[in-house]
Design a protein around this ligand. Structure first.
Ligand code: UDP
Length: 235
């Protein structure tokens, strides 16, 4: 199935396949934070994130969200539609946390009246700067209509995800999505959804996500395992 390595990222390796329209994403046992400054091998993380992301994307597909997810191939691999990634990190926040709290000098954990969507320009050498819709247009990343669609889709995905996590006793604080264009130019959800790119707090305020690694709060695979076990309780 796998042919040649297309791209090696921080958390995944992407392989071409004999089908031009499909790629294999291989999840790695590697954790990074602070734009790669903190980097460690974490045994079992690739399997957990592939399992979690596969389950979530399958549910999103079933709920009518267009995604790149085709099928889970093995513990650490999944088959995805090949897309041209739109170089935006689309962050949605339900509660204050992380860079939002730092930037605006507010405590973490304050519920936002309306979820806030933010854009970051995906460019490692610039450290993924915070940008607005007008910068997105200037940089020719997406048209006005495409920006509106991405925001609307992100809010729709938030509605689904927030209710699924609520069902298993977790609060979805914030998350990051990436979108891509498929062969027909349609914008679909790509990349992954795992505790690496969202914040999940349990009822006691425990961090069930990558903040465990970023902030040195314990073993990340212990909390990812709990998230994975809880998610399997969903239909
Ligand atoms: N996030 C991500 N990749 C990034 C930056 C952020 O997946 O390169 C996720 C992060 O896990 C969190 C959300 O986006 O769920 C918002 O992150 P924030 O801007 O607060 O930055 P951080 O505090 O993580 O640096």
């Amino acid at each position: 199935m796998k042919r040649s390595l297309l791209y090696s990222g921080k958390a995944k390796d992407i392989y071409l396949t004999e089908d031009d329209e499909l790629i294999v994403s291989c999840y790695k046992d590697q954790a990074t934070a602070f734009n790669g400054l903190k980097k460690e091998e974490v045994i079992g993380k690739g399997r957990l994130n592939n399992q979690i992301s596969s389950l979530i994307f399958e549910k999103l597909n079933r709920a009518g969200i267009a995604t790149h997810f085709v099928e889970k191939l093995s513990d650490t691999e999944q088959l995805n539609k090949k897309v041209a990634i739109i170089p935006l990190e689309v962050v949605l926040r339900n509660y204050t946390a992380g860079s939002f709290s730092k930037r605006f000098g507010v405590a973490e954990g304050i519920q936002l009246e309306q979820p806030i969507v933010e854009f970051y320009y995906k460019k490692d050498e610039l450290d993924d700067p915070f940008i607005n819709d007008e910068h997105v247009a200037f940089l020719d990343i997406a048209s006005k209509e495409e920006i509106a669609y991405i925001k609307e889709e992100t809010r729709k995905i938030n509605g689904l995800l927030s209710s699924w996590f609520a069902e298993i006793g977790l609060t979805l604080i914030d998350f990051k999505l990436e979108f891509g264009k498929d062969k027909d130019g349609q914008i679909i959800l790509a990349d992954e959804f795992s505790p690496d790119n969202c914040r999940l707090w349990d009822a006691d305020g425990h961090h069930m996500d990558k903040d465990v690694f970023r902030r040195g709060l314990g073993e990340m695979t212990d909390v990812y395992q709990i998230v994975w076990e809880k998610l399997q309780e969903l239909d």
